[in-house]
Design a protein around this ligand. Structure first.
Ligand code: HEM
Length: 130
């Protein structure tokens, strides 16, 4: 009999979520085509990595670390200081797609995760496209 697992459990728990965040920002820092969004982040990426880890932990159905520490994420409001359009969204999603590929995930599960990221990233857009 199979138990219903959270995406957090399915991905591999804390270790793998941490690894995903590390790889995500490594890719963002190392890819010339994503330097637009890398430049929006602090020089020292560690704090961003930790916050993404804490957020994703709860978002995936694991411990709500971000909410425990900072309250409601208000993710869209927190991104308003940054100009985010299609280009920025797609750079972010490129990094996440590449980072997910480094994990050994079931293909359908990886696709489901990616489509949730696409929705969330699209929601973060705040710049009218000309
Ligand atoms: C759409 C393109 C996106 C861009 C260009 C972007 C950029 C940024 C920037 C510049 C920051 C501030 C630096 C920092 O604190 O790390 C930030 C913070 C953050 N982002 Fe994004 N982001 C995007 C999408 C997303 C998505 C899809 C998620 C979640 C799935 C996310 C989660 C976070 C979190 C949790 C923080 C920390 C908020 C805080 O407490 O200050 N971001 N993002």
């Amino acid at each position: 009999m199979s138990e219903i697992q959270t995406p957090y459990e399915r991905i591999g728990g804390e270790k793998v979520v941490r690894q995903l965040c590390k790889t995500f920002y490594q890719i963002m820092s190392d890819t010339p085509q994503t330097k637009l969004i890398r430049a929006m982040h602090p020089e020292n990426i560690q704090i961003s990595e930790d916050k993404l880890f804490m957020f994703l932990s709860g978002w995936l159905g694991g411990p709500p670390l971000y909410t425990d520490q900072f309250g409601h994420p208000r993710l869209r409001a927190r991104h308003l200081p940054f100009s985010i359009g299609i280009e920025e969204r797609d750079q972010w999603l490129y990094c996440m797609a590449q980072a997910l590929k480094t994990l050994d995930l079931d293909q359908l599960f990886a696709e489901q995760l990616m489509s949730s990221f696409v929705q969330t990233a699209d929601f973060m857009r705040n710049k009218p496209e000309s």
